[in-house]
Design a protein around this ligand. Structure first.
Ligand SMILES: [Zn+2]
Length: 423
């Protein structure tokens, strides 16, 4: 049972994550936030009933929401190692790696994580172990095995389904096994040599059947999409979140085929996007510093180079049209280490024109809303789960201060205090 506690900090994020409340205290009872008040209004006897934690000169935020992880894969600077291990490692190694990754993410301030694809006999038992308190980890929302075509993107940990009928059956099977949402691969991906990222894996009719089935079963459905044709299919079908949202032309000799009208339709339909710019920026910084070799491009994009800046121009236009972004790092892919969720906000500021506060809101309250968890977590306000992260410094001034977590609370349990892991 989590303890009743008071967390006093010089800076506490307000409920909209738009400004600091100075010298406030967050009162936690039964794992939930019961009040947020100026420290001067705390009663003298509160320490008789609550553990009082003087966090001091820190910035106290809602815990980060990481919307895109693959808990079982080996993140790291070498894409070939990540790929090789995803193909070849044993189930037991996947599970042990996932356990380690969840603890790492939690101690970095991630209190909610959405896993967007892993083997069902790995990710579901690991989630059960977190829920049972056997291992530490963030609150988890799992897609289970991503649905893909035969030999399609991530077939090696996916659920292969080709026709609309097979896709509908695969969705039912994932939900039956315990999936909280559905991930479907609408195009090929860079991680899969046998797939083509520039072409659609499913026609719009199949994606529409998938959306109808997911909605019938009351689960969200999100889709990996790298090719413009796939993005278009997803938007027309009403997929709830576009993962990556890269608009590669299907013609190998061309760059992007961005369609602003389709982006407008996405905004009008309330479709979210996960641009996964964080891990790309981490990789670009390392490559520029000479720490790691340049990426080896997938065969489908090797003939025509598209710079990150070209993608970012498109993403900025999508945002200006009203598409809202979630903070998904693609944890588990190269440069997507499990302590780097803060890179999402950093990249939104550096690449996409967010203010620091907009980026902090994206990482917390906005992404919670997208995950349909807005009444459970994502803000510091009475009634919500006590999911908190304190960082040294002030990320309103320097967004990279989000990389300096000192204290972490998940569902009312203090798991890191003053830089020291308690789990
Ligand atoms: Zn991914």
């Amino acid at each position: 049972m989590p303890e009743n506690a008071v967390y006093k900090a010089d800076r506490v994020a307000n409920r909209g994550v738009t400004a600091w409340l100075p010298d406030h205290a967050v009162i936690v009872e039964g794992g939930r936030i019961s009040d947020v008040i100026p420290q001067g209004e705390l009663t003298a006897g509160i320490s008789d009933t609550h553990a009082v934690h003087e966090l001091g000169d820190v910035s106290l935020l809602p815990g980060l929401i990481e919307a895109h992880a693959h808990m079982h894969t080996a993140a790291g600077p070498d894409p070939l190692y990540t790929q090789h291990s995803a193909f070849n490692d044993s189930k037991e190694l996947f599970i042990m790696r996932a356990v380690d990754h969840l603890r790492t993410a939690l101690l970095s301030g991630v209190t909610t994580m959405r896993d967007l694809g892993g083997p069902t006999d790995v990710v579901f038992p690991v989630r059960d172990a977190v829920r049972a308190g056997v291992i530490p980890g963030p609150r988890l929302q799992l897609a289970g095995a991503p649905i893909t075509t035969t030999s399609g993107h991530c077939w090696f940990f996916g659920s292969e389904a080709d026709t609309a009928e097979e896709v509908v059956r695969a969705i039912r099977a994932q939900v039956k096994m315990g999936a909280d949402l559905i991930k479907i691969m609408s195009t090929g991906g860079m991680f899969t040599p046998q797939a083509n990222p520039r072409s659609a894996q499913y026609p719009v009719e199949t994606l529409r059947a998938a959306v109808i089935e997911a909605e019938r079963l009351n689960v969200q459905i999100v889709s990996h999409c790298l090719a413009a044709v796939g993005v278009r299919n997803c938007i027309e079908a009403g997929i709830h979140c576009l993962i990556h949202a890269r608009w590669f032309d299907s013609d190998f000799s061309k760059g992007l085929a961005y369609d602003p009208d389709m982006a407008q339709m996405a905004a009008d339909k309330g479709i979210w996007a996960d641009p996964t710019t964080g891990h790309i920026m981490v990789g670009d910084v390392r490559i520029a510093a000479g720490d790691v070799p340049a990426r080896v491009p997938h065969w489908a994009v090797s003939a025509t180079t598209v710079s990150e800046e070209e993608h970012d121009v498109v993403l900025r236009d999508m945002r200006e049209r009203g598409v809202r972004f979630v903070t998904g790092l693609d944890m588990g892919m190269a440069h997507g280490e499990f302590d780097k969720s803060a890179a999402n906000a950093w990249s939104f500021v550096e690449l996409l024109g967010f203010t620091n506060w907009e980026a902090m809101a994206a990482s917390t309250v906005d992404t919670a809303e997208s995950l349909r968890l807005g009444t459970e977590t994502g803000a510091i306000r009475p009634g919500l789960s006590a999911d908190l992260m304190a960082v040294s410094g002030d990320p309103a001034n320097d967004i990279q201060d989000l990389f300096n977590p000192t204290d972490v609370v998940v569902e009312g349990r203090l798991v890191k205090r003053d830089g020291r892991a308690l789990v």
